[in-house]
Design a protein around this ligand. Structure first.
Ligand code: IMO
Ligand code: MG
Length: 417
């Protein structure tokens, strides 16, 4: 039995796409279980080709069957483009999409922008992909599901309700029908298939989008996305019991980033922050926005590790820290005179939190070729202070770091056993 979950432990952009790709190489299926085209998952193949996924799981580039589960909101434009991308690299296997997944309509994107404008100074900084409005229509039980698209009667009655509520005019029906051929080939009762795969001894990778701190219940609400990004979402979205999950992998960057608004206790607004942004290429995959950058935040990571109960950690972008003389880690917060070692991500608490930082020694800058050699030779070839950094983080979080990513290409990784 093998169900492996890949989850982000920070505010997204942790490198889940690369980790999922690596773990999907020997998987039968790879599943996106929440979110929509707000995700930006990149896989860089060893020949340098860069593949970007917003809607499909990045693991499908490794040849596993791509699946989209019921808890997602599906962007039909992106879907089409990414299926074509997989075809162009010769790895496409027929997509499976749950009948119950909801569809993002053009009106959801307009509403997303209008809501952001209406919030003014309190805007969330969404990706503009229509995520919030699509999920709210689902919760209102007026959403359009994949199964409705394939049934002309259901489609027209659904659209009638949507039109009367959103006052949408324009040819929504035409848009849906034009995009529906991919759905026709892919629609299924996904939960039954996934259960059978696991029961039959197959391997499934569940690829999370966004990160723990963007979870609508457990994140920095209201500066969050509109879905659950944490472990329970796998089960509710896929209809697969948590008992069938054998491994939970938490992905975290060697520092912290956040894109969009909201509290960020370890944010760096100085030259070091700028340097990390430039060296790390910290610009959004989906929107191109510069990401905010800061030191590692252990109190929040402890929370993410706890609520997801991760088995092990994949640490990414360790290469970005090289060349720094000293590296800081926030190990605790000071809040109104008391120390907090594990912080629930409540905005009211985090706004008062003063990071307590420790300083560790850095290591010299290494070229891509040097990182490649290190990944060929294995963990002992890492700079001594990089190993020390990894061990300190491991100790602080109480979980093993088994995979270290040291560059964008899929081959630039070091496994630790
Ligand atoms: P991946 O999967 C980072 C952020 C947005 C915004 C908030 C709400 O690449 O890690 P939304 O469009 O979801 O309503 O925006 O969430 N956000 C992400 N930040 N990585 C992502 O995805 C994100 N998806 C949404 O910037 O602050
Ligand atoms: Mg991303």
């Amino acid at each position: 039995m093998s169900g492996i979950v890949v989850l982000g432990l920070q505010w997204g952009d942790e490198g889940k796409g690369k980790v999922s790709y690596i773990l999907s190489r020997d998987a039968d299926y790879v599943v996106r279980f929440q979110g929509g085209a707000n995700a930006g998952h990149t896989v860089v193949l060893d020949d340098g080709r860069e593949l970007r996924f917003n809607m499909l799981p990045a693991g499908s580039a490794a040849g596993a069957v791509p699946c989209i589960a019921s808890g997602t909101v599906v962007d039909l434009d992106e879907l089409e483009e990414e299926v074509n991308l997989l075809r162009s690299i010769g790895v496409y296997r027929n997509l499976l999409i749950s009948k119950c997944a909801n569809i993002v309509l053009p009106i959801h994107k307009s509403l997303d922008r209008a809501l952001e404008e209406a919030r003014g100074k309190r805007s969330v900084g969404t990706t503009g992909r229509g995520i919030g409005p699509a999920y709210s229509d689902k919760a209102l039980r007026i959403g359009l599901r994949v199964e409705d698209v394939l049934d002309p009667e259901a489609l027209s009655s659904r659209l009638e309700v949507l039109r009367s509520i959103h006052k949408v005019y324009g040819d929504v029906e035409g848009y849906i029908l034009q995009k529906s051929s991919i759905l026709r080939e892919s629609v299924c009762d996904l939960e039954l298939i996934l259960n059978d795969v696991i029961d039959g001894g197959g391997k499934i990778v569940f690829e999370g989008a966004q990160g723990t701190l963007l979870d609508i219940d457990h994140g920095t609400y209201p500066y969050v996305t509109s879905s659950n990004t944490t472990i329970g979402a796998v089960s509710t979205s896929c209809g697969v019991s948590l008992r069938k999950i054998s491994e939970i992998v938490g992905v975290m960057k060697a520092y912290t980033t956040r894109v969009g608004e909201g509290v960020f206790p370890t944010e760096l607004k100085d030259q070091i922050g700028e340097r990390l942004r430039e060296v790390g290429g910290e610009y959004g995959t989906t929107t191109g926005r510069p990401r905010r950058v800061g030191w590692l935040d252990i109190p929040l990571l402890r929370y993410a590790v706890k609520i997801n109960d991760v088995d092990w950690i994949a640490l990414t972008k360790i290469d970005v820290l090289s060349g720094l003389d000293k590296i800081k880690i926030c190990v605790e917060y000071e809040v109104e005179g008391s120390r907090i070692v594990l912080a629930p991500p409540r905005v009211s608490l985090l706004e008062k939190a003063k990071p307590v930082l420790i300083e560790v020694d850095g290591w010299t800058k290494l070229s891509r070729d040097e990182w490649r050699k290190i990944s060929e030779k294995g963990v002992d070839a890492l700079p001594e202070n990089a190993i020390r950094y990894i061990e300190i983080v491991e100790e602080l979080l109480g979980k093993p770091i088994k995979l270290i990513s040291c560059g964008a290409e899929a081959g630039l990784v070091v496994w630790r056993t």
